[in-house]
Design a protein around this ligand. Structure first.
Ligand SMILES: CC(C)(COP(=O)(O)OP(=O)(O)OC[C@H]1O[C@@H](n2cnc3c(N)ncnc32)[C@H](O)[C@@H]1OP(=O)(O)O)[C@@H](O)C(=O)NCCC(=O)NCCS
Length: 163
C-alpha cells in the first residue's frame, strides 16, 4: 500500500482514523444509507426502513465473515463509512462521505485506508471492485485517481484493483 501511495503521489490527510463499525453506529449508518445522494447513486434506490436496517446490521456485525464495515473519523467525529462485501475470490466496495465533508479528498482517503485494512484482514483476495452508476462523477473520479481499472457496462462502470 505504501508503494501504491508513493506511485500515486498521494498523502493521507491529517487527523483521520478508520475504525471498525460497532453497534452504536447503527442510527448514523441508517441516516447515511438514506442520504438522498446515497440512495440516488445506489442500484436499489428505495429508502431503507429502521427495522430492516437494525436486523441487517446486527447480522453483519455478529454472524457475517463476508462483510467488513469501517467508520472514518476526522478528529474523532464520524464523517463516512466504507463497507467491503466478499464475492468469490475478491470483494466489492460501498462508501460514503457526509455531505459537508465531500470534495476535500476524504473519499480517496477512505478507499486507501480501507483497502489497506482489508488486504491485511482477508489475505486471500485477488481483487477489490466497485460498481458505480454512470452519472456518479465524484465516485468515478475517486477510483480513476486511485488507478483502479475501469470497465464500462451499459448501466454502470466497474472499477477494479488487483491485489
Ligand atoms: C462518492 C463520495 C464518497 C466521494 O467522496 P468525496 O469525499 O467527495 O471524494 P474526494 O473529495 O476524495 O474526491 C471526489 C473528486 O470528485 C470531484 N468532483 C465532485 N463533484 C464533481 C462533479 N460534479 N464534477 C466533476 N468532479 C467532481 C472532486 O473535486 C474530487 O476531485 P479532486 O480531488 O480532483 O478535487 C461522496 O461523493 C459520496 O458520499 N456520495 C454519495 C454516496 C455515493 O455515491 N457513494 C459511492 C457509491 S459507488
Amino acid at each position: 500500500m505504501n508503494l501504491l501511495l508513493k506511485h500515486l503521489k498521494l498523502q493521507l490527510l491529517d487527523n483521520l482514523k478508520l475504525r471498525k463499525a460497532k453497534f452504536n453506529d447503527s442510527s448514523l449508518l441508517l441516516e447515511w444509507a438514506n442520504d438522498a445522494d446515497m440512495r440516488n447513486n445506489s442500484f436499489h434506490s428505495k429508502l431503507i426502513n429502521k427495522d430492516d436496517h437494525i436486523k441487517w446490521f446486527k447480522k453483519k456485525l455478529t454472524e457475517s465473515n463476508d462483510t467488513s464495515i469501517y467508520i472514518l473519523e476526522l478528529s474523532e467525529t464520524p464523517i463516512g463509512q466504507i463497507r467491503f462485501e466478499r464475492i468469490k475470490n475478491g470483494c466489492l466496495i460501498d462508501f460514503f462521505i457526509t455531505k459537508g465533508e465531500r470534495g476535500k479528498g476524504y473519499g480517496k482517503n477512505i478507499i486507501l485506508m480501507g483497502v489497506e485494512k482489508i488486504i491485511n484482514k482477508w489475505k486471500n483476495i485477488d481483487f477489490i471492485s466497485a460498481e458505480v452508476k454512470k452519472d456518479n462523477t465524484p465516485s468515478k473520479k475517486v477510483f480513476i485517481d486511485l488507478n483502479f481499472t475501469e470497465t464500462s457496462y451499459p448501466d454502470r462502470y466497474l472499477y477494479t484493483l488487483k491485489v
